[in-house]
Design a protein around this ligand. Structure first.
Ligand SMILES: Nc1ncnc2c1ncn2[C@@H]1O[C@H](COP(=O)(O)OP(=O)(O)O)[C@@H](O)[C@H]1O
Ligand SMILES: C=C(OP(=O)(O)O)C(=O)O
Ligand SMILES: [Ca+2]
Ligand SMILES: [Mn+2]
Length: 667
């Protein structure tokens, strides 16, 4: 080891006597008091390793995660040996990957095929439905499928960097990756199996997000995905949880072909402890993500190469032809939108945070309206940014992570999100400097829908466990591209319901395939793409809960002001934050209000930190006639959209239904 103490203490000297000296260059003498002529390059304790392989083996300590048996456990696995437990786990995974038609296969084995010893020594299981000797085997039953089970982020980084083109480590340690041809969700390619159970329970037909497919076609696609996955050398399996409410926790298994997908779900779902993983058993729901492989266009119901198929009775989802990871997260959200209401629990497409005094706020809104940005608030505890449940126990986050948009992300305006983009975080489709690997968040060259997925604990004031008491404020976020909705209005319960059912916003570019510029849209319950039952079912639950717990509804326009998209400008985030602060603190509840025409919205006359003139849109438009025309245009769109809900009852009696109808625009 060099003992160079630096030039300033004069311990090394240049001499002209060394071999280099003959060529005119001085010899650097790196040891101070030379005691012998022999140069030792090593003065520490002798090496334990004799070979480089032995040396490498010293690097790794036996892992405590996730396979350590717990001593003295009372659980179901306490009595069985570690080997048996591993075998049971593999059998469960093998069952997940089994073909529904072939008699044998797959042979699954744990571990990376690249690590020689794993394939030979590790436990492996073979799936037999019948006696294989009677039926003969296919080639697919002869090979091993290696299972990379609940790998750690570091291991997934190594996998991604080694095997997945487009994977890089950014300057802050995040894993940059590409989602391929699809950089947003494909709602038109979503299919839901219509069977005896779902035919009557789900929302079908005009306006519904559920496009039907039959059970048989689902199985065709399932087989396609399973065969594809088994044809690979290795697949990733994540066993994780959804919902922080322990009473209503769901076990999910995600089988995927990419380390990117595995790390994404590691971040987005709730991560089991090693003890919880030991007792995981059979999952409640399984995703087969074969996203690199297209669906077969000759298959019934297929209208493109992409298909995202949900089978609620089988509790399975199949993904073909899209690698956009958001499909998995939002697919599971759809499942929760089915399972939770059946248990009288309201599932919500909303962000959620809590003040120091325990006041909880929900932030409803479609993609890009500000759920993530506004729920991530340095002065409040973050419960979650996107998917929640509201039960008799209060609120709980469904997920274990956040999925933030990062287009134009700035350290100043969104410091907590900025700082969460570090080791472990997946950043999708961002552009970075080739040399420094600094991400350029303003770059849209891959897509406008650039994203960061990080575990919720990367936000410093995350509330763990992610649960809270009943909400006090229900904030409906609309990004109004017409620029006529006021920055904030206080809503009556009937108005809250009207706007909740309408779900108005402008779709901004990116999150859904094909959207290039803001476009007015109505999406019931601020999440029509994910709800499974009729919107009035969720609305009735929301109104019942808001009434019972005395929550106040608000409509916040995070979109345009002083003109529509193109002429006006987006409301400054700093102002929206001040508005939200005033809602949380309670000062806005007691402010003085005036009523707007057409929409009949109560708007405050002043808010601390916000210029009063912007609070009423009539002030900000220079062309008053254009304002009135645009206002009426939007009002007309609302009316037209609401027509399909006119003959649906909400709640127990007709009173609320009538009030809701009257709470829309009047002109
Ligand atoms: N006034 C505003 N309020 C909220 N977000 C704003 C505002 N102005 C610009 N933005 C930007 O809009 C985006 C909102 O996205 P995000 O919070 O991820 O939406 P969601 O979680 O609802 O999909 C962020 O990129 C944010 O920086
Ligand atoms: C991930 C998504 O959620 P959001 O845009 O609401 O954050 C999405 O809609 O694909
Ligand atoms: Ca979000
Ligand atoms: Mn969302």
């Amino acid at each position: 080891m060099a003992q160079n103490k630096g030039a300033e203490n004069g311990r090394f000297s240049f001499t002209r006597t060394g071999s280099m000296g003959r060529q005119g260059l001085p010899k650097i003498q790196t040891h101070h008091e030379a005691t012998s002529e022999v140069c030792h390059d090593d003065s520490g304790t002798p090496m334990k390793a004799k070979t480089i392989d032995e040396l490498h083996s010293l690097q790794k300590k036996k892992s405590s995660q996730p396979t350590t048996p717990i001593n003295g456990t009372q659980g179901a696995f306490a009595a069985i040996s570690e080997e048996d437990r591993q075998k049971q786990q593999l059998q469960s995974i093998s069952a997940s990957l089994a073909s529904l038609t072939r008699e044998t296969g797959p042979k699954v084995v744990k571990g990376d095929p690249a690590t020689k010893s794993d394939g030979q020594k590790a436990t492996h299981v073979e799936h037999h439905l019948y006696d294989a000797s009677l039926f003969g085997v296919s080639d697919s039953a002869l090979k091993f499928t290696h299972i990379l089970y609940n790998l750690s982020p570091a291991e997934l980084y190594e996998q991604a960097i080694k095997y997945e083109k487009g994977s890089f480590i950014t300057a802050t340690g995040a894993l940059a990756t590409l989602s391929g041809a699809k950089t947003g969700r494909s709602p038109r390619d979503k299919r839901v199996v219509k069977d005896e159970e779902t035919e009557n329970e789900l929302w079908w037909g005009k306006g519904a997000p559920n496009i039907e497919m039959d059970e048989h076609t689902f199985l065709v696609n399932r087989e396609r995905a399973v065969d594809y996955l088994n044809s690979l050398d290795k697949v990733y399996v994540n066993d994780q949880f959804l919902n922080w409410d322990p009473e209503h926790r769901i076990k999910v298994r995600i089988v995927s072909a990419r380390a990117y997908h595995s790390l994404f779900m590691h971040n987005m779902c709730i991560r089991p402890t090693p003890e919880e993983l030991l007792e995981f058993g059979t999952p409640d729901f399984t995703i087969y993500n074969a996203g690199q492989f297209p669906c077969n266009r000759y298959t019934h119901y297929m209208t493109s190469s992409t298909s995202v198929d949900l089978n609620l009775s089988r509790r399975e989802m199949v993904i073909l032809g899209t690698q956009y990871a958001g499909e998995m997260k939002k697919g599971l959200f759809s499942v929760m939108h089915y399972l939770m209401p059946k248990r009288q629990i309201l599932s919500l497409h909303s962000g959620c945070n809590m003040g120091k005094d325990g006041d909880v706020a929900l932030f409803f809104g479609l993609s890009g309206t500000g759920k993530t940005t506004l729920s991530t608030d340095h002065n409040r505890y973050l419960i979650g940014d996107d998917e929640h449940c509201w039960s008799n126990n209060g609120v709980s986050n469904i997920e274990g992570g956040c999925y933030a948009k990062c287009i134009d992300l700035s350290k100043d305006k969104e410091p907590d999100i900025w700082n969460a983009i570090k080791f472990g975080t997946v950043v999708e489709n961002v552009v970075f400097d080739e040399y420094t690997r600094e991400v350029d968040y303003s770059e849209k060259s891959v897509t406008e829908n650039t994203r960061a997925a990080y575990p919720i604990e990367y936000i410093p004031n995350a509330k763990i466990p992610c649960v809270g008491p009943h909400p006090k404020n229900v904030i409906l976020l609309a990004c109004d591209a017409f620029g006529v909705l006021p920055p904030v209005s206080k809503l009556s319960l009937a108005q809250t319901m009207y706007h909740f059912i309408s779900g108005y916003t402008a779709l901004v570019a990116g999150t859904e395939d094909g959207i290039k510029e803001p476009q007015a849209t109505f999406s019931a319950c601020f999440g029509a793409a994910f709800i499974m039952m009729h919107p009035t079912r969720y609305a009735a639950m929301l109104s019942e809960k808001m009434q019972k717990h005395g929550a106040t509804g608000w409509l916040v326009n995070t979109g345009w002001s002083a003109g529509r998209y193109g002429t006006g400008n987006r409301i400054k985030l700093a102002y929206t934050r001040k508005i939200i602060d005033a809602i949380h603190s309670g000062t806005l509840l007691n402010a003085s209000y005036t009523k707007t025409e057409v929409f009949g919205l109560e708007i405050p006359t002043e808010i601390e930190g916000v210029p009063s003139e912007i609070l009423d849109p009539t002030n900000t438009w220079s062309d008053k006639k254009a304002y009135k025309d645009t206002l009426l245009q939007l009002g007309g769109l609302f009316k037209k959209n609401f027509e399909v809900f006119l003959n649906h009852k909400i709640g127990k009696d007709n009173k609320l239904t009538e009030e809701i109808l009257a709470a829309g625009p009047n002109f």
